[in-house]
Every structure is written in C-alpha cells, then in structure tokens.
Design a protein around this ligand. Structure first.
Ligand SMILES: [Zn+2]
Length: 317
C-alpha cells in the first residue's frame, strides 16, 4: 500500500448545501441537516496551542473567533423504520447580545436553518422518531424547543430523546465551569419531558447499540457521557465525531479544546480513537468543520494527520 500523505486543509471540500442528498449506507440512509454557522473564540477552541500556530491553520476574525458550523445528521433505518436526528444545533432562542457574540448565520434566505434543511431532506419535524444527543451543550440541543406563542414548545413532537445517563446528570447539576454551556431554556423542557427520555447506560468500554449497525461510542473527556454515533456498512465504519474532533484542525493529539472538562482524559480517548480509526480506515463525519464534511486520518512519522477528505454524498456504501 502506498504510504499516506497529509492533505492541504486550506482547500475546502464541503459540498454546497443544495447538493446534500440521501446517501445509502448498508441498511441506513444518511442526510446532512445544516442548522447554521457559528463563530467561536479561537483561543477556547484550541486550549494550550498558541495562537501563532492555530491561526495559521484557521485564521480568526477581528473578535478572535474562528468560523465553524453546526451540521447535524439524519439517519433513516430501513430495518426498523426509525428516523433518527443526531443533534439539532443552537436553535432560535438567543437574545441579540448572545447572537452577536456567537455570530449565528443561516444563509441569505435562511436556507442553512434547521427548518429549511429538514424540508430540503423531505422531512417534517413530526417524522423524527428519535433524537440522539451527542451531549446537551447549547450548540447541540438548542433546536429541540422554540418559543411559539410565548410558550417554550417541543419542535419534534414525537421524538424520543436519547441522552447518556452520566451526561444527563452533568447537564442537570453542572459544575460552575461547564454551566454556561447548559442553557436553562434548553435543558428544563428536556428534563420535564420525562416520558420521552431514554437515558443511555453504558460505560466507555462498550458501545451502546441503538439497533444492529447503529451504535454510539461513549467519551468522557469533553464532557461526561458524550455519544458518538457510529454507522456500520459491511466492514466500513462512519463515526459522527461531534466534539471529540470538532474540526480537521483538531486531529493533532494535543490540539484539544479549552472547553474540555477533562483534557487529559480527552488525550487518552483521542489517541485510542485515532489509532483504531487509522487502522480500520474509518470515515469521520464532521459536525463543526465548516470546510470539510468527512475525513480519514493516518499516522505520518508519529503525527496524526488528515489523509483524505470527502463529501457525505461521495461515501455511498
Ligand atoms: Zn460540546
């Protein structure tokens, strides 16, 4: 086999949003659901890595923010008839001040909003049977509810909410450092919807099986009980990497977010994950990377690098 080579990450490979389509993967079909762009502080996004290094990879704006996105995933199961949504973005409940801080953008005609994206996939909110929350930080679960007639209303009336039990405890009794990521208008309605809640109980050593071919890996470094949905098609694996690897620039081992609760735990999890992902040539599906939808990684001279990128539409299996 030819030895892997790193690729130039400054060349965007994400497809235009109107090119998103249903993509067959074994007994599933997948479709990206954009829920808007977001700008986050570059320093917080790269932890101990100096700005002189990260800004060469991902230049920041005048507020020191880097461009990111919130790309969610629909998974339709032909075996069970379920329609899963993985995460649902930041939602529309922010006041002007916070919207300005995070620079939410939904495209010129709002075509990058959650609602418009679902419509493009031919999906109505009531079609969603299950929502898998990777975790409940505000940019992952804000689309669950919206203010309708001055009432906080559930957007997906029939969906079961799947949250890891350890994460649910963290979100409902947050430590002061993580508290700002859990917005009461997001968390309280989810907690109150007791009959829809499914708390996932498994430890990090054992993936949780939603159904054959759809599992979740559990990670505890970014926050306790982060779920990374993994789809199998034959011997191929496709993993939605959420906040374990928010962007392609986070592939090098120590490029870990300052937002992580347990960064040394992240290092351990990341090393194990990258080792297996490289060995088995997993495709990583990127939630926050504005420029890259899917990537593969390799180890080149002892360093983890991106060796291949693709759009989801190119990965039919
Ligand atoms: Zn997070």
């Amino acid at each position: 086999m030819e030895s892997p080579r790193p690729i130039d990450l400054s060349v965007p490979t994400a497809g235009a949003i109107q090119d998103h389509r249903w993509v067959r993967m074994g007994s599933f079909e997948l479709h990206w659901v954009e829920s808007g762009d977001i700008w986050l502080d570059g320093g917080a996004m790269f932890g101990v890595v100096p700005k002189t290094l990260w800004s060469r990879q991902l230049p920041s704006d005048e507020k020191n923010r880097i461009p990111m996105t919130m790309r969610c995933l629909l998974i339709r199961s032909h075996a069970t008839g379920k329609l899963y949504l993985v995460d649902n973005g930041a939602g529309n409940k922010f006041n002007e001040k916070l919207s300005d801080i995070y620079g939410f953008e939904y495209g010129p005609e709002g075509e990058k909003s959650l609602q418009a994206s679902l419509a493009r996939a031919g999906v109505a909110p009531e079609d969603i049977t299950d929502i898998i929350f990777t975790h409940l930080h505000f940019d992952h679960c804000g689309g669950t509810t919206d203010w309708i007639d001055e009432e906080l209303t559930h957007v997906f009336p029939k969906a079961r909410y799947h949250i890891h039990a350890d994460h649910f405890r963290t979100a409902t009794e947050p430590n002061p450092r993580e508290q700002a990521s859990f917005i009461p208008d997001n968390i309280e309605p989810i907690v109150a919807a007791k009959d829809r809640l499914s708390l996932v109980e498994t430890d990090a050593s054992l993936p949780f099986e939603y159904e054959p071919g759809l599992e979740a890996l559990v990670m505890n470094g970014h926050t306790l009980g982060q779920q990374l949905p993994m789809i199998s098609c034959g011997d191929q694996r496709f993993v939605f990497v959420a906040d374990l690897l928010p962007t392609a620039q986070h592939v090098p081992l120590v490029w870990v977010m300052g937002y992580d609760m347990f960064p040394t735990q992240t290092l351990k999890e990341k090393e194990e994950f990258l080792t297996q992902a490289a060995k088995e040539q997993w495709w990583l599906l990127m939630e926050h990377d504005r420029n890259h939808e899917c990537l593969r990684i390799g180890n080149i001279d002892g360093r983890w690098k991106v060796i291949e990128t693709a759009t989801l539409a190119q990965l039919e299996c």
